[in-house]
Design a protein around this ligand. Structure first.
Ligand code: ATP
Length: 245
C-alpha cells in the first residue's frame, strides 16, 4: 500500500531522513519509534509531500499523491464546529454538488449530505467518540475526544494510508487502552496504518510491526516485543530515548 525507496530529506546541512526504504502492506499497522529528532515526523511529512524529498514514494502502486488521512501531535480540529461537522469536512463530496449544490437545491444534494452525515457518525463511533458529544463544539471537548474526532476525520477521507502522529501523547492509561482498541478496529484490507509514538507499551499492543529510526536512518524493523531485544535497537535507541511516561 505504501512503498518508499531511498527517501532522503535535507534541511540545509541536516539530513533529517537518510536514505530510508520501507514498505507497508495493505491491512498492516506499522509503528515508527525512535529518539527525539530521529526523523519520524519528517518522514511522515515527506510521504505527505509537505516537505521536499528525494527518492521514490508510491501509494497503492502509483507514484504521485495518494489518499492519506492523518492526525497531528496537537489535534487540528475546527474548534467552533461540532464533532460531527469536523468529520464531515474530511469526506470527499462524490456528487460534486457540495454545500453550494445543497443551497441551490440540486437533485441528490440533500441525500448526499445525509449520507455524509451518516458516514461521519459511523466513523465517530469507530473512533470511540461518545454519541452524546456528536453535536457539541469541539473546543469544549477533552483531548481524548479531539483525538477521536481527528481519527474519524481521517477515516472519512477514505484513505489508503492513515498516519497517526503521537496519538497517545497526553492520554491517561484507560484512554490509551481505548485508543489501542480503536487502532485495531480501523484495520482494513483497503488501507494501512502508520503510527508514530513514544509509548512503547502502546506500540506493542497496537501494531503488527515496529520500525526504528535513529539519526534519520531506519536501523531495525521487526515484530513488537522482538524488536526491543535487537542489539542495534538496545544500543542506539533504548539507552537514550526521551520517553514521556
Ligand atoms: N523545518 C525544519 N527545518 C530545519 N530542521 C528541521 C526541520 N524539521 C525538522 N528538522 C530537524 O530534522 C531532524 C529530525 O526531526 P523530526 O522532527 O523529524 O524528528 P522526530 O523523530 O519526529 O522527533 P520528535 O520525536 O521529537 O517529534 C532534527 O534534527 C530536527 O531538528
Amino acid at each position: 500500500m505504501l512503498s518508499v525507496e531511498n527517501l532522503t530529506v535535507r534541511f540545509g546541512q541536516v539530513v533529517a531522513v537518510d536514505n530510508v526504504t520501507l514498505s507497508v502492506a495493505p491491512g498492516e499497522t506499522v509503528g515508527i519509534v525512535g529518539p527525539n529528532g530521529s526523523g519520524k515526523s519528517t518522514f511522515l511529512n515527506a510521504v505527505n509531500r509537505l516537505v521536499p524529498s528525494t527518492g521514490t514514494i508510491k501509494i497503492g502502486n502509483r507514484a504521485g499523491p495518494g489518499r492519506i488521512g492523518r492526525t497531528f501531535q496537537t489535534p487540528q480540529v475546527h474548534p467552533e464546529l461540532t464533532c460531527l461537522e469536523n468529520v464531515m469536512l474530511g469526506s470527499p463530496d462524490r456528487t460534486g454538488t457540495g454545500l453550494f449544490g445543497a443551497w441551490l437545491g440540486r437533485p441528490g444534494a440533500g441525500r448526499a449530505e445525509r449520507e455524509r452525515r451518516e458516514k461521519a457518525a459511523e466513523y465517530l463511533v469507530t473512533a470511540n467518540v461518545p454519541t452524546s458529544v456528536f453535536h457539541e463544539q469541539c473546543d469544549s471537548q477533552p483531548l481524548s475526544v479531539a483525538r477521536g474526532v481527528e481519527i474519524a476525520r481521517a477515516l472519512a477521507r477514505e484513505p489508503q494510508i492513515i498516519f497517526l502522529d503521537e496519538p497517545a501523547a497526553g492520554l491517561n492509561d484507560d484512554e490509551t487502552s481505548d485508543l489501542v482498541d480503536v487502532i485495531r478496529a480501523i484495520r482494513s484490507p483497503d488501507r494501512c496504518t502508520v503510527v508514530i509514538e513514544h509509548k512503547i507499551d502502546f506500540i506493542d499492543r497496537a501494531t503488527d510491526r515496529v520500525v526504528v529510526f535513529e539519526a534519520g536512518k531506519l536501523i531495525a524493523t521487526g515484530p513488537p516485543r522482538e524488536i526491543w531485544s535487537h542489539s542495534r535497537v538496545v544500543e542506539a535507541y533504548l539507552g537514550v530515548v526521551d520517553v514521556e511516561d
